[in-house]
Design a protein around this ligand. Structure first.
Ligand code: ZN
Length: 188
């Protein structure tokens, strides 16, 4: 079994190096990326939306040119384990999700996915082994059309930049009269 350009075991090593630990979610995520790509027209430019912040974005960043930094990957957090690959102009795309209804024969995955046991009580090796054996069989695939506000063309008008009257640093004027930090929404 291959994930992106990697053999399964190679991909597991890539996860450790990129993500910092062997998170089972990235194994699922790699398989999901391959499924989504296989359902898109060849050679098409696509953007990606992840519906969760947990793990899945790193599988996309590891296996595609789409990153948070270049804006081709966005997170729209519904907390569902799903990703959407879509045409950045038309919004036409495919949504792939880990389907709890298909986990009857996969107890380790089910227990991990539905958090039925605390993390320490789970057998990571068994989970990853089940992901390998389950292949593409535990994921749902739907055709979707992404809303216009999430398409690349929609963000063109929001790039005006000015200096914040509070801190003097440059920020995007769409965020308000002062930068978000001077509005009390900063991280420190
Ligand atoms: Zn400021």
């Amino acid at each position: 079994m291959k994930i992106g350009p990697y053999d399964f075991e190679e991909y597991v090593e890539e996860i450790k190096a990129f993500h910092g630990s062997l998170a089972p979610g990235l194994v699922a995520g790699g398989i999901m990326v391959d499924i989504a790509r296989a359902h898109l027209p060849d050679g098409e430019f696509f953007d990606v939306i992840c519906e969760t912040r947990q793990c899945l974005p790193d599988a996309v960043q590891l296996l595609t040119p789409c990153t948070i930094g270049n804006g081709w990957l966005k997170i729209v957090d519904t907390s569902r384990y799903a990703l959407i690959f879509f045409n950045k102009y038309s919004g036409a795309g495919v949504r792939v999700y880990l389907d709890a209804a298909r986990l009857k024969g996969w107890p380790a995955i089910r227990s991990w996915f539905l958090k039925e046991k605390p993390k320490q009580a789970q057998n990571r090796k068994a989970i990853i082994d089940e992901f390998k054996r389950a292949g593409a069989s535990i994921y749902g695939i739907d055709k979707v059309t992404v809303k216009p506000e999430y398409l690349s063309a929609a963000k063109k008008n929001t790039s005006a930049v000015g200096l914040c009257p509070g801190c003097g640093e440059a920020f995007r004027l769409e965020r308000g009269e002062k930068c978000p930090a001077c509005q009390g929404k900063g991280p420190y």
